[in-house]
Design a protein around this ligand. Structure first.
Ligand code: DGT
Ligand code: CA
Ligand code: CA
Ligand code: ZN
Length: 573
């Protein structure tokens, strides 16, 4: 079997973790970590590149040494260095690195002094109160560690929406091919388009449940059948994602879809409303006096209760039923409302593809304009650009704009917000851009007041247009930056800058709850892909999903405007 990029990336990540626990040099640890990240992001198989004799050292951060190791993995499927490290360091110790507040140093220390070998061992030690007795730890630290372990265990169970999409779609097609399902839909948090999902819920309508379930358990991608019945079956797919399949009779499709779309809190509030009006509601329908009065469609059920149909993204019991009763639900932004994409990277920094390739693919996806926003120089590891670097790129932009029809390329940058709140490029350079996205990448560990001041200072620069991935979170890996979001929202309205909704699956940032909150203060947004290759440009749709979950309409989002109006609107006074 050819070695997948993800496998190579995993090996490098493990090497970096183990080296770190061993106390190896910081730069060495980081080199492996970055190589892992880079390889995971490539969508061309490395195997092909090696076979075609391509020079791997042309990839950022890959030197001769790492290129040799990649070749070794491609040829043998494993890496000798990793085997040696695993013989020296217990493999489970790397799990400890996930726990907030536990770095490699402490992981090594807990191993040496308490014999801890993995996360479960760490929990046992904490529960037994053995950690608080160690010098330099204390009861408070022990509690923090316990809380951290719980978080790690929770988040390990959730999947990024895009990953769940990629696994669920072919499975759904497989079920469809039986020809036995009349209706077939994804429900649950997936249908509500949450950034992460715990499991996948599929509703099928059929009079032949057995055939559907036989097909389900016979699917290639199934690793384990958790339970099988004619009405409900649960399987676990390879890769760990669990899928619940429920078969209901066609006349109950709407009520089943409604019930299993949730969220649970929405269901409960809806049922309470039904009861107040003298009905009962369950997955089989809306009933009154022993009769089923609505079941086939969701619209029918909501309608009977005097409610507008509620878009799944809003079903969280967060005011949507009250609005639906007043017929005042917002007209949510739609995927094809987006005309622009204002954040993406090319091969000049940490992207993979050329400006031309990015522009042509964006055009195919229906974008009318894009901003190219390669990193500024502070991001040294990806060779961020300086004034001259951008000047070269601008020439390329001008030439392409002359040549290409149907898409306009705007000159942009993703400029680092430095520790003291200044921007990583001088004002004269900044003035030359059409769009400046400002982001925090380094020195994240600040308290809320400091971070608020830092961002406010950066965004006060009249050349700044967009606050990029404002919370800086990485789902399942890194929590949000702390700041006073009300002060940022207020400044954005006053000064005319915008919050980004970064649609990278592991970012999804601003988070939906923050976006809804700042909207109420009058803040406005752009939705961007932050793509690092052409394959990632389509992720922008996830950003629209997020915007919908935040109750945003077309008017809230700047890149729904035609180019000329967009250019007027993004200018600051
Ligand atoms: P997840 O999978 O954790 O991302 O979140 P959901 O919302 O997909 O939750 P899941 O898979 O446990 O259940 C799917 C839907 O089924 C849920 O959104 C609402 C419905 N449901 C599940 N349990 C209950 C319940 O105890 N009461 C009510 N009313 N509905 C429930
Ligand atoms: Ca679910
Ligand atoms: Ca479920
Ligand atoms: Zn960034």
């Amino acid at each position: 079997m050819p070695v997948a990029n993800e496998h190579i990336a995993d090996i490098f990540r493990r090497v970096s973790d183990l080296l770190e626990i061993k106390g190896a040099n910081f730069y060495r640890v980081r080199a492996y970590r970055q190589a892992g990240r880079l390889i995971a992001q490539l969508d061309e198989p490395i195997v092909n590149m090696v076979e075609e004799g391509e020079d791997l050292t042309r990839l950022n951060g890959i030197g001769d040494d790492l290129a040799g190791k990649i070749a070794e993995i491609v040829q043998t499927g494993s890496l000798d260095q990793l085997k040696r490290l695993e013989a020296e360091v217990p493999a489970g110790l790397t799990e400890l690195l996930e726990v907030p507040g536990l770095g490699a140093k402490r992981a090594a220390e807990l191993h040496k002094r308490l014999g801890v070998e993995d996360l479960d061992g760490l929990r046992a030690a904490a529960v037994a109160g053995r950690i608080q007795d160690l010098k330099g730890y204390g009861a408070k630290t022990e509690q923090k560690i316990l809380k951290g372990i719980k978080e790690v265990k929770e988040r390990d169970k959730r999947f990024l929406l895009s990953k769940a999409d990629a696994l669920a779609r072919p499975f759904l097609l497989h079920l469809d091919k039986t020809g036995k399902a009349e209706g077939l839909r994804l429900a649950g948090s997936h249908r509500r388009r949450k950034a992460t999902v715990g499991d996948i819920d599929i509703i099928a309508t059929s009079n032949d449940g057995a055939a559907i379930m036989d097909a389900a358990v016979g699917y290639d991608g199934v690793e384990e059948v958790v339970q099988k019945g004619e009405k409900r079956t649960t399987v676990r797919l390879k890769g760990g994602l669990q899928v619940d399949i429920r078969v209901v009779p066609p006349e109950a499709f709407g009520s089943a879809l409604l019930y299993f779309t949730g969220a649970k809190e929405h269901n409960i509030a809806l049922r309470r409303r039904a009861i107040r009006q003298g009905y009962s509601l369950n997955e089989y329908g809306l009933h009154k006096d022993g009769e089923t009065v609505a079941a086939e469609t969701e619209e029918g059920i909501y309608g009977r209760l005097g409610l507008q149909w509620v878009p799944p993204e809003l079903r969280e019991d967060a005011g949507e039923l009250e609005a639906a009763a007043d017929h005042a639900l917002p007209e949510l932004v739609a995927h094809d409302d987006l005309r622009g994409d204002l954040h993406m990277h090319t091969e000049r920094t940490d992207g993979r593809d050329s400006l031309r390739e990015m522009a042509e693919r964006a055009r195919e996806l229906g974008r009318e304009y894009i901003a190219i926003t390669d990193h500024s120089k502070r991001v040294t590891m990806v060779k961020g650009l300086d004034t001259d670097g951008y000047a070269e790129q601008w020439e390329e932009v001008d030439a392409l704009n002359d040549e290409l029809d149907g898409i306009t390329i705007l000159k942009g940058a993703e400029v680092d917000i430095l520790k003291d709140g200044s921007l990583d490029l001088d004002d004269k350079t900044l003035e030359g851009f059409d769009v400046v996205v400002c982001s925090v990448h380094y020195d994240r560990d600040m308290d809320s007041d400091q971070m608020t001041e830092r961002i406010l200072k950066a965004m006060a620069n009249p050349n700044a247009n967009i606050l990029g991935h404002p919370r800086g979170r990485r789902l399942g890996r890194r929590g949000p930056l702390r700041f006073d979001i009300d002060r940022l929202a207020e400044a954005s309205v006053e000064q005319g800058w915008f919050f980004e909704i970064d649609a990278q699956p592991e970012r999804m940032d601003l988070p939906d709850e923050d976006a809804r909150h700042v909207k109420s203060a009058g803040a406005r947004f752009v939705v961007s892909s932050d793509a690092h290759n052409t394959g990632m440009l389509g992720h922008i749709d996830n950003g629209v999903d997020l915007a919908r979950r935040a109750w945003l309409t077309k008017d809230d989002i700047l890149d729904t405007l035609p180019l000329d109006k967009f250019q007027d609107a993004i200018k600051r006074e």
